[in-house]
Ligand binder design. Sequence first.
Ligand code: MN
Length: 204
Amino acid sequence: MAFTLPPLPYAFDALEPHIDARTMEIHHDKHHAAYVNNLNAALEKHPEFQAGDDIDALMRRLDEVPEDIRTAVRNNGGGHSNHSFFWQIMGPGAGDEPTGELADAIRTAFGGFEEFKAQFKAKGVGRFGSGWAWLVADGKGGVALTDSANQDTPLSQGQTPLLGCDVWEHAYYLKYQNLRPNYIDAWWNVVNWTEVSRRFAAAK
Ligand code: MN
């Protein structure tokens, strides 16, 4: 069974004015779709890895993928996993602040929400070229920051992503051009903290 492109869980313009509709349309319908198509093409050589309903499970065992397709799966399977995740942790009418146990964990790890946002932004701004900034579960009940190049996912490092910001230019260039820091500042307004909290509770 081949992997499929999940529908965007809201309208292209749902994240306006922070993320513009045209960017969302191209990002989902072209970029994410291409990762899915290229992943499926690579897996034709090894159909035993075509478990098309769980891309995250495949990315967790990337080191078991045959070497002749491992780079293609790393890039395109990672792209599929990361973007499927990304659409979920954003949403319309979102963007306030984490609450409950997640807020506590962020306070413990970073000192406070504003300090966390500053450190996360520094990860995203500091990632040279294309990649992602991540908040992950640290496996000990807490949270930690990391970043990755290209479409590498924390799942392949044994980590559980809770929040991720796509800092590829395709995520922001139409509206923000070269101003990645401004994009990240605006992006906080669309973070779906309810979903991030749900993932944190599930990871514990
Ligand atoms: Mn992207």
